[in-house]
Design a protein around this ligand. Structure first.
Ligand code: FEO
Ligand code: CA
Ligand code: CA
Length: 703
């Protein structure tokens, strides 16, 4: 039996939709040569680069009121850039300090034991400790006596996306894969979900978790969650344990997230499909299941062998209850989270919420898989900052749109044009005659609905960030895409031997450097009229990542990529309170070939007015840098370091590290071979963790 765990390395989109990359290439041909990129970028230029327009704008003010952003320049980035690094440490600029705050296994809920270091905790203990693979993170400030947001105390909501089984069980005694038992599965599920922790800053400036806080809470793959919105009670959501289709156990694969002006956390379920599987040879995926990547072997976790809830043959509808955006009120520790079905079901990356001109809730969302789509939700109702309860269930009713991006040049400024297409029953071909039975059906089978209306296939949409200084301007990380073109052959799933389809998209030009997008790019769009609720927009490319060290100029990326700031695979994307764009990478850290000289994954800061990008931080060995949030005053930055030392042994993507071809042997022999971060010489395991980054002089981070 293979001991391989695979990540989501496939393609599930068999549609023939025109892909964004087609359009990017057309756009490159039209406008965006490396030389002309700056010209395009300069179209956004506003006089005065430094020290201008520091409005301190954030999307919402202390009282939850939307901040009406003025057209302004970007705030300064004046720190000394750091070099790439392959060290097993966090590198920050001179004058800054990075401190570890909250690691996998640390105490979350009162009564939790301290992390043992051997991973010998029981599942009951894991339920009280910090989960694994920290991803999105958002800071919810506590209020002072006057009702103002504090920058020295707040709640952190932290996603725990998945677990690394090679580190997750005790070494030396267990072949986890072949000896999997029910308690081991329970422990894995207990390490998923979300942490809510109270944190505070001491007089000397150091942050710590407030033990025994009433707010500290773990939400896991077992926590009861209400199904809310139009799909609630639909037949496709009913199971034997929940015959009404109204409540599900848990949230899984929580990747990106967002926050609302009414003080809730909206966490996103991404690669949920991998947890389901079946040993039954009679299991044959339906078209619907195939469209969501469900297959007999899943990603290899084999939970279905211990818990029938995850046996897709036994519980055919259980996967339909995942793939949603979940709203959590961190200030109400006993409240039941809600899966907001109006926001659609797909592999949700993050959920960037802004208010429209008329105060409707607008949530931008990407579906992170090769050749998938960009979405947004616009609420029917409006948010009234004077009545915070107006946010309650605002996300239950509205219109879900999917994006189509065309290469047309708008108004002579080198931009493409775009349309938000509504996914509404009986519109745009979403009819009974075409297999759609209701609005609930469209929301549960969102990908199929988006296929039908001709949405634009994109290079893995990850995080989305809205510019607080320019209304209606939004940025999207397209992290990479190596599955383009009909020439891409079908491959065999490493777990169950089933076929993974090659890409259905016809190749356009294999000689074009973006035909294989190994480094990713960031696009931006401007909603017409600056209104997030608009149904049309214009778009261009903010940066095309690449490697200027390579001989092939076609691989160098856009002009704002240099040997000093290069990176690959942009993923996390957030604006800080003043409007700097922070870019986090989840890419190839082999430091060879196309990635030569790019080192470990990293975090950079961009001036979206000038296009300048500067490297701020580099993470430890084998990690992904993901999730970033700030105190309202911008003087403290919280960042998540995910899976330091991760062993990726996908047979189609072997690492050159290669000294531990077998994960079990790896665990038995040396669990700290690839990383001892963050515990150093006392480490028993590498551990995902939230870190605090601050300026030693107390100034705003990034300046
Ligand atoms: Fe969980 Fe697409 O990153
Ligand atoms: Ca991500
Ligand atoms: Ca990623």
């Amino acid at each position: 039996m293979s001991t391989t765990i695979i990540d989501d390395d496939g393609v599930s989109n068999p549609s023939k939709n025109n892909s964004l990359t087609d359009l990017v290439e057309q756009q490159v041909a039209l406008n965006l040569s490396r030389r002309s990129f700056l010209k395009s970028g300069a179209a956004f230029g506003v006089a005065g680069i430094f020290g201008m327009g520091l409005s301190g704008c954030i999307a919402f003010d202390d009282n939850g009121n939307p901040v009406v952003a003025e057209e302004s320049s970007s705030p300064p980035i004046s720190f000394q850039a750091v070099s790439t690094s392959t060290s097993d440490s966090v590198v920050v600029p001179e004058g800054y300090v990075a401190e570890v705050l909250y690691r996998w296994g640390d105490v979350c809920v009162a009564g939790a034991p301290a992390f043992l270091g051997t991973a010998a905790e029981s599942w009951q203990e894991q339920e009280l400790q910090a989960g694994d693979n920290h991803d999105a993170i958002f800071f919810f400030p506590l209020k002072d006596a006057q009702g103002n947001s504090r920058s020295d105390a707040g709640l952190l909501c932290i996603n725990h996306e998945y677990i690394n089984p090679e580190y997750f069980f005790p070494a030396g005694s267990i072949n986890w894969y072949d000896n999997l038992d029910a308690d081991m599965v329970k422990k894995m599920i207990a390490a998923h979900g979300v942490s809510v922790i109270e944190v505070s800053k001491s007089d000397s400036g150091e942050w710590s978790v407030v033990n025994n806080s009433q707010y500290n809470r773990r939400i896991t793959g077992y926590t009861p969650i209400e199904i809310s919105g139009p799909a609630k009670g639909d037949d496709l959501l009913k199971t034997a344990d929940d015959p009404l289709g109204v409540e599900v156990l848990g949230t899984l694969n929580n990747c990106g997230a967002g926050m609302t002006p009414w003080g809730t956390y909206i966490t996103c379920e991404e690669n949920f499909n991998g947890y389901f599987g079946s040993e039954n040879p009679l299991f044959v995926p339906t078209d619907h299941e195939n469209r969501y990547g469900l297959r007999a072997g899943g990603f290899g976790y084999r939970w279905h062998t211990q818990d029938p809830r995850f046996d897709i043959f036994v519980n055919r509808n259980e996967p339909n209850r995942f793939g949603w955006v979940v709203e959590i009120d961190p200030f109400s520790p006993t409240s039941m989270p809600k899966k907001r079905t109006a926001l659609g079901r797909f592999k949700h990356e993050n959920a960037e919420m802004v208010l429209s001109t008329n105060n409707k809730a607008v949530v931008y969302m990407g579906c992170d898989e090769r050749n998938e789509y960009l979405y947004k939700f616009v609420s029917d109702g409006v948010y009234d900052a004077n009545t915070p309860s107006s946010g309650n269930d605002l996300l239950d009713s509205g219109i879900l749109y999917v994006a189509r991006l065309d290469a047309g040049v708008a108004e002579g400024d080198n931009k493409g044009v775009g349309t938000w297409i509504p996914l509404l029953f009986n519109e745009n071909g979403l009819t009974v005659a075409n297999g759609f039975t209701s609005q609930a059906d469209i929301l549960i089978r969102t990908r199929a609905a988006a296929d039908r209306v001709g949405a634009t296939m994109m290079d893995r949409p990850e995080w989305i960030a809205a510019n607080p200084n320019k209304k209606g301007e939004v940025y999207l990380s397209c992290t990479n895409n190596n599955r383009r073109g009909s020439e891409t052959p079908a491959t065999s799933n490493a777990i169950d031997g089933t076929t993974i389809a090659g890409s259905a998209r016809p190749a356009i030009d294999d000689a074009n450097p973006r035909a294989v997008n190994n480094w990713g790019h960031i696009i931006r769009w401007n909603e017409d009229g600056g209104d997030a609720a608009a149904t049309t927009f214009t778009w261009d490319i903010f940066v095309i990542a690449g490697n200027p060290n390579l001989a092939d100029e076609a691989k160098h990326g856009s002009d704002n990529i240099t040997v000093e700031n290069m990176f690959n695979s942009p993923d996390g994307l957030q604006f800080d309170p003043e409007g700097r764009l922070w870019i986090q990478s989840d890419g190839d850290f082999s430091n060879v070939g196309d990635y030569e000289g790019q080192g470990n994954n990293q975090m950079l800061v961009a001036d979206v007015t000038t296009g300048e990008i500067r490297r701020f931080m580099v993470g430890p060995s084998g990690c992904e840098v993901t999730g970033v949030t700030w105190t309202p005053d911008g003087t403290t930055c919280f960042v998540d370091i995910q899976h330091p030392g991760e062993v990726k042994s996908h047979p189609n993507k072997p690492l050159d590290i290669g000294i531990y071809p077998d994960m079990d042997a790896f665990v038995k022999n040396n669990p700290t071979a690839f990383s001892k971060w963050p515990d150093g010489n006392t480490a028993g395991r590498p551990r995902s963790a939230t870190i605090v980054i601050r300026r030693m002089d107390g100034g705003v981070v990034g300046t």
